[in-house]
Design a protein around this ligand. Structure first.
Ligand code: TLP
Length: 349
């Protein structure tokens, strides 16, 4: 049976070109900085974002946590969105690994209010922790994959600058945001101090994320990566896929966005479902199942019998993610199957 996997863009398989690049990659010991392919990937990433340097790490979570660890001291505070990945999906790492606490702000549509942000910044007082970092997420996963504008990021940076606080961007899917808004990556992150992006989501590489920022920050982050056991040796075999990802896989993200738009449109016709609106859609569709409808775990079970995998976020919330390995006809088939299952079990008015 053919599987249509809409759980995440993390499920994308490497392309043939990546497998070939992997096989032919020139490698060396990256802890000694002697892996030419890793060095090439890091230089390429830094140049795309017009920053000084970059660091290849194994995952988005490691990228976020190495960055937090580099920017903070124990007891500091980090401003995060209540719905951010850093706050919700990283196993409490900032507390466990860096010994810092989160100050979560409402971010229902992916953005926190600038007033709330400014009030959250701690003044100097013997009782208060230091606000050491402000984090943003673009695209914002839990807010529907929404793309945040450069203008919003710049407004956050204006406030951060006033207080001398660095801004860090979880840009796991930053290329999706740049494609959706037709803004170059360098322009988009012009005002952030550092960011990370993932190679192993929509860009389809099998492993890896890259932290990008100022040279001294990246040097310190390199040491933190080592502390976490993330110093890799002949990592060129995986970095080679990252180079292919950056050179060949960015422009096609627009197809994923078109497929997500189509999926959202098809699902909006289904009785018992409310498709969550987003200001700027990228490659995600979230929907709610109304009380008279089948619940999300049961829907997932029934769809799996038909070879369709969906993301169960909660009892009534579902996430669908489009990517390279789902085609337009797959999206149409998935929407049809969801309609059949939800409408045939519908008990509402
Ligand atoms: N997100 C995964 C899950 O962890 C939820 C997914 O399927 O979307 N930042 C953002 C915004 C992310 O969405 C993710 C992964 C990460 C960081 C972490 O990346 P990895 O999985 O490489 O550690």
């Amino acid at each position: 049976m053919k599987i249509i996997d809409l759980r995440s863009d993390t499920v994308t398989l490497p392309t043939d070109e990546m497998r070939e690049a992997m096989m032919k990659a020139k490698v060396g010991d990256d802890v000694y900085r002697e892996d030419p392919t890793v060095n090439e990937l890091e230089e390429l990433a830094a140049s795309i974002f017009n920053k000084e340097a970059a660091l290849f790490v194994v995952s988005g979570t490691m990228a976020n946590q190495v960055s937090i660890m580099t920017y903070t001291q124990r007891g500091d505070e980090v401003i995060v969105g209540k719905n951010s990945h850093i706050y919700n999906y990283e196993v409490g790492a900032m507390a466990a690994l860096s010994g810092v606490q989160a100050f979560p702000l409402n971010d229902e549509n992916g953005m926190f209010s600038l007033d709330e942000l400014e009030s959250a910044i701690r003044s100097e007082n013997i009782h208060f922790p230091k606000t050491a970092l402000i984090t943003l997420e673009n695209t914002h996963n839990r807010a529907g994959g929404v793309a945040l504008s450069k203008e919003y990021i710049d407004e956050v940076a204006n406030i951060a600058d006033k207080y001398g606080i660095p801004v860090y961007l979880d840009g796991a899917r930053i290329f999706n945001a740049c494609i959706a808004l037709a803004v170059s990556p360098a322009k988009m992150v012009e005002r952030v101090d550092a960011l990370m992006f993932c190679l192993s989501k929509g860009l389809s590489a099998p492993i890896g994320s890259v932290i990008v920022g100022k040279r001294d920050f990246i040097e310190r982050a390199r040491k933190m990566r080592k502390r976490l056991g993330g110093g890799m040796r002949q990592a060129g075999v995986i970095a080679a896929c990252g180079i292919v990802a950056l050179n060949k896989m960015v422009d096609r993200l627009k197809e994923d966005h078109e497929n997500a738009e189509l999926l959202a449109k098809e699902l909006s016709e289904v009785k018992g479902i409310i498709v969550e609106p987003v200001a700027v859609r990228t490659n995600m569709v979230y929907f709610m199942l109304l009380p008279g409808a089948i619940d999300a775990p049961e829907l997932a079970k029934r769809l799996l019998e038909r070879g369709i995998k969906i993301g169960v976020v909660s009892k009534r919330r579902v996430r669908l993610v489009t990517h390279k390995d789902v085609l337009k006809e797959d999206v149409i088939e998935a929407a049809k199957a969801i309609k059949e299952v939800v409408e045939s079990t519908w008990r509402g008015e």
